[in-house]
Design a binder for this molecule. Structure first.
Ligand code: PLP
Length: 425
């Protein structure tokens, strides 16, 4: 197919007629497919069905002899922390196991920083003279942005480059003492799928910040979520921060939401000794202890990092073909047209499409009219404002393989139709 920008007026009209006919035929199928959120499919959840009978009647003691049915154990069982230590890049004593949501841990850390302050001599963020701000790599995770919005934290968008955020911009912004934090999804990022390079991570660890109480919110949600046989690793942010003389800079988060059960996984926090102590002091005011039976259940089920990796291979076998379907439809319908670019991620839960500028909202609306619900346009930018109106986030894991194939055809048509309409208008 020729780039549509090179087509004459008659050719463009003819193309529009063809695409419109195909779109109408697609709409007539009366589909109802939800591609909005990165949720595991029922088949993925079934992989962890074995957990539902664990730890089993009578098996409720930790290695140290704690009764997992009872209160207490704020930091989490030692064996659970040891299991996830390689994934978190921290020793077991520097890990806290929470309940089922790492987003809740991020929320708490941010709120506690606002009202109590982080370790050190500084006032709480909300009581300092300036107005606290966070650096937000874009496109990013809408729920991170929602937390900032909820607490009135200004968001400073910085573009992602394919190997992490634009570090020249980050280093410039972070010199401002009002900049207190930064969201980072360093591996298979949501939604761009990119993985931060070692150079990017070294610069984040070493950069000079205007705020002595600056924190990286290092959300490694997709640490083990590979879509190829290559298991990409990233540099260890906690160690690099310590080496650079900023031992307390990184708050590291992850969870088993997309490893075992999204509604009943384990959330994890890792950081320096001072930050872990700070976290536990705050957490101890809001809970008497986490669900330790779920911690035992995870240890019994996953057993080791090797067990965990095998389990993730089974996820990959289920979801990689869905990603392939999306990419195939985009290539078949849009290849050579010049109307869009898209990612081919090696991991994570999303494909990110950069559609023709000024068309993302139209694409989402066209898809909705044809029965395919997409993440709202703009959701991947702070305040829901995508200045180019071009970014689309596709989440292919939840629908069935056949639904993904059908929906992708339709989405590609919508992208093309919106672009042709834009050129003709
Ligand atoms: N962080 C990122 C980057 C995500 O994409 C998601 C879910 O999609 C989460 C966090 C949610 O994590 P949890 O289920 O542990 O709260």
């Amino acid at each position: 197919m020729l780039p549509i920008a090179d087509l004459g007026a008659d050719e463009l009209d003819a193309l529009r007629n063809r695409v419109l006919r195909d779109y109408e035929a697609f709409r007539a199928k009366g589909l109802k497919i939800d591609m909005t959120r990165g949720k595991p499919s029922p088949e993925q959840l079934d992989l962890a069905n074995g957990m539902l009978v664990l730890p089993g009647n009578g098996d409720h003691y930790s290695e140290a002899g704690e009764d997992a049915r009872n209160y207490g154990g704020l930091q989490g069982l030692a064996e659970t922390r040891a299991l996830f230590s390689p994934m978190m890049g921290a020793s077991a004593d520097r890990i806290v196991v929470g309940d089922n949501s790492s987003l809740a841990m991020m929320h708490d850390c941010l709120l506690w920083a606002m009202v109590k302050g982080v370790p050190g001599e500084m006032e709480p963020w909300s009581q300092q003279s300036g107005s606290p701000a966070f650096i937000c790599p874009v496109p990013g995770y809408d729920r991170h942005f929602a937390i900032c919005e909820e607490y009135g934290i200004r968001m400073l968008p910085v573009p992602l480059t394919g190997h992490g955020p634009d570090m020249d911009m980050v280093e410039e912004l972070v010199a401002d003492p009002d900049v207190k934090g930064m969201w980072c999804v360093p591996k298979y990022s949501n939604p761009s799928g990119e993985t931060y390079s070692t150079e990017t991570i070294e610069r984040l660890a070493a950069m000079r910040t205007g705020a002595p109480d600056f924190r990286l919110f290092w959300d490694n949600a997709y640490a083990v979520h590979h879509l190829t046989t290559e298991r990409h690793e990233i540099a260890n942010i906690i160690e690099l921060c310590a080496q650079a003389g900023h031992p307390d800079r990184a708050f590291v988060f992850a969870s088993t939401s997309k490893i075992t059960l999204a509604g009943a996984g384990l959330a994890l926090f890792a950081s320096s000794a001072a930050n872990v102590k700070w976290y536990l002091a705050r957490a101890g005011k809001r809970t008497i202890g986490p669900d330790k039976l779920n911690q035992l259940r995870h240890v019994r089920f996953l057993k080791s990092m090797e067990g965990l990796a095998r389990h993730m291979d089974a996820h990959r076998a289920l979801i990689a073909p869905k990603f392939d379907s999306v990419i195939e439809a985009l290539e078949t319908r849009l290849g050579g047209t010049g109307v869009a670019r898209w990612t081919k991620p090696d991991g994570g839960y999303f494909i990110c499409v950069d559609a023709m500028h000024g068309t993302a909202r139209d694409v989402v609306e066209l898809a909705r009219e044809a029965g395919v619900v997409l993440t709202p346009a703009g959701a991947t930018s702070p305040y829901g404002r995508d200045p180019n109106d071009s970014t689309l986030r596709l989440a292919p894991t939840f629908p069935s393989q056949e639904e993904v194939r059908l929906a992708s055809e339709g989405i590609a048509l919508c992208i093309l139709l919106a672009a042709v309409d834009k050129l003709i208008a």
